[in-house]
Design a protein around this ligand. Structure first.
Ligand SMILES: Nc1ncnc2c1ncn2[C@@H]1O[C@H](COP(=O)(O)OP(=O)(O)OP(=O)(O)O)[C@@H](O)[C@H]1O
Ligand SMILES: [Mg+2]
Length: 262
């Protein structure tokens, strides 16, 4: 479980987060919504430790991440997978190298282990047949073809899947997605939403998805949190959000839902 209390962040005069109180329950999927520039990515980067908060506390599974030893923080980070906004693959690296990069950076040199982990995560995101077919000629051909591809050879949807596969390496307890469907057509977006939901269920990970795609919210969210003007304007379940009378929430939903259903 993740708990944020009074988390603040400014960049110079720009007061982005003014005191965020948020509870991410274990299991299930939480979507974080809010206008462009409201601080969603900043919030996520603080939770995963890529940015420091100015004040407030961030507690992950009982650990206050700003007050634990660096070795404990290192262990905690390994339990968190992160899918960056725009997938952010390394263009000069192959799919295989992109997927196992965190293991290689942590000194893993056992090629057999790297390959089996790559096969596992690429299957989990649907880029390879299920692992039951391991050893079949078709599976092997698919793996060899895919592993040497460069991100530039892949479609947008496939790149997102590779980004998700990379986040699954090491079997994390949490996966954070920063706008996984932005820039995809509606059908591919739906497939990525389905993947996010499937992974949360199959691997029983806790997922946090930043999105401004209300279809995604209705498709995948168990819980929703909305950031507005530096604070959490709303948090609750999807039915609670739909029933919410708060003016800001009603206004946000009516704009986005109207756009989505056009
Ligand atoms: N490293 C940084 N240095 C200075 N300002 C930053 C930095 N990162 C973010 N900001 C500012 O913080 C604010 C929030 O940015 P953030 O990227 O979190 O928005 P967002 O809600 O993720 O928007 P979007 O939906 O467009 O991705 C913006 O005004 C942005 O300019
Ligand atoms: Mg963002």
């Amino acid at each position: 479980m993740i708990q944020l209390r009074g988390v603040k962040k400014s960049f110079g005069q720009n007061e982005v987060l003014k005191g965020i109180d948020l509870d991410v329950p274990s299991g299930g999927t939480m979507c974080i919504i809010g206008k462009s520039g409201c601080g969603k990515s900043v919030l996520l980067k603080q939770i995963v430790g890529l940015l420091d908060a100015d004040s407030g506390t961030i507690i992950i599974d009982g650990n206050d991440i700003q007050h634990i030893s660096s070795s404990k923080l290192f262990d905690l980070r390994r339990r968190i997978g992160f899918v960056f906004q725009g997938a952010a693959l390394f263009d000069s690296l192959t799919v295989f190298e992109n997927v196992v990069i965190s293991l290689v950076e942590h000194g893993e040199q056992n090629t057999g282990l790297l390959e089996s982990e790559a096969r596992r995560v690429l299957s989990a995101v649907g880029l390879l047949p299920e692992l039951d077919h391991d050893g079949s000629a078709m599976y092997e051909r698919a793996f060899q073809l895919l592993r040497n591809k460069k991100p530039g050879d892949l479609s947008g949807g496939m790149r997102k899947r590779v980004g998700v596969a990379r986040a699954l390496v090491g079997e994390p307890d949490y996966i954070f997605y920063d706008e996984p469907t932005t820039g995809l057509d509606p059908i591919t977006s739906q497939q990525i939403d389905d993947l996010v939901g499937d992974l949360a269920r199959k691997l029983s990970v806790t997922s946090v998805v930043i999105t401004h795609d209300m279809f995604s919210v209705f498709n995948v969210a168990d819980h929703v949190a909305m950031i507005n003007d530096g604070i959490i304007q709303f948090q609750g379940t999807v039915p609670e959000m739909r029933a919410c009378q708060d003016e800001v929430v009603v206004d946000f939903l009516s704009r986005y839902v109207a756009e989505g259903f056009r």
